[in-house]
Ligand binder design. Sequence first.
Ligand SMILES: *Cc1c(COP(=O)(O)O)cnc(C)c1O
Length: 401
Amino acid sequence: MKNEAGVVPFVDLVTPHQELEEELVGVVRNVLKTGMFAGGPVVESFEKDFARYCGTEHCVAVSNGTDALRFALIAAGVEPGDCVITVSNTFVATVEAILQVGAQPQFVDIDPRTFNMSASALSEFLEIHCVRCERTGLPLHRKSRRRISAVLPVHLYGQICDMDAIRSIADQYGLFILEDSCQAHGAEYFSTRDGAWQRAGSIGKAGAFSFYPTKNLGACGEAGAVTTNDDELAEKLRMIRNHGQGAKYHHLIEGYNGRMDAFQAGMLQIKLRHLEDWNAKRRSVAATYNRLLEDADWITTPYEPTWSRAVYHLYVVQVSRRDELQAFLGKRKIETALHYPIPLHLQPAYVQLGFRKGDLPVTEAATAEILSLPMFPGLKLEQQEQVNEALQQFAPAQALR
Ligand SMILES: *Cc1c(COP(=O)(O)O)cnc(C)c1O
């Protein structure tokens, strides 16, 4: 996927790996020498580095982000038949993880400016649609009588949700918080409650990360991790990813094959050293877009609250004639994407969840207007100017309507 001349690509996965080629190949040589391919010292070493980076006690490396979410829910004690609250405008894996532990996703609406879980929608759902279980004190969904055991906010596009608000609601109802941090490696949130900046994955009870190649920190293949400050939870996660084993062939709990391989861990360790620099470049690319698009009042640029330092996994704008604009940019060799074109509650695979069009009005309205522009650390000013020029050419047509 070497770039065609004149094309502004959506991402560039080639250049950063070419720049680090010697070091990455060195990892392969080293791991070949150790003969330890699934788990082992290289994986443990990466776990230490990533936990330190996130500001957590533990990092448990796993095979991908979906497993990270799924294992974290199991370790949290989410049981079949439970209900987990999340959002509908996310990558499908968030919901796969919930359903694959046997729980039901309960969607709540989003904040129209950040596209992240709305804390007021969360508290409204718990107040209006739930009653307290007399025995456990946990909320029960009035209609289905399901126990609500966890809330799964997604730090979408690289920006952390309003976690002080979500935490105070979760505390009030005794809910486990799992942060879907798969798009937010290194993103920061200023907690007024704790008086400190906090990184994604360190705020809730656990954080799930994906190292899919396109993420801010990406493996050269598949990988994921769970972060937590809870010793017991970490211990349980280490067993779950390794067939439920305490000692070899002593299976204490039901487990899975979900270890990270040493090649990925070694390469991630190299790439982690560059994450701060890459995230700073993403923030600078976002600032340049914001400046170029300042006067284009028909285009809404991403909203970053003062308590947020987003890492721009994606740069998502909002426009009313989105499909036309996307086609217009495509003709001018500018690659764009939609995250996501259909919210999960309206996907054919999930009709049985019983949600209908109109149930999540803010999510549905956003889905029709969002457009992800090219975003990666090496995006050049000329390329951003090319994107801007095309957008400005579209603007007069916009004004005629
Ligand atoms: C990428 C992603 C995942 C899943 O990660 P995989 O490593 O692809 O399994 C989950 N949630 C969100 C929000 C993601 O962007």
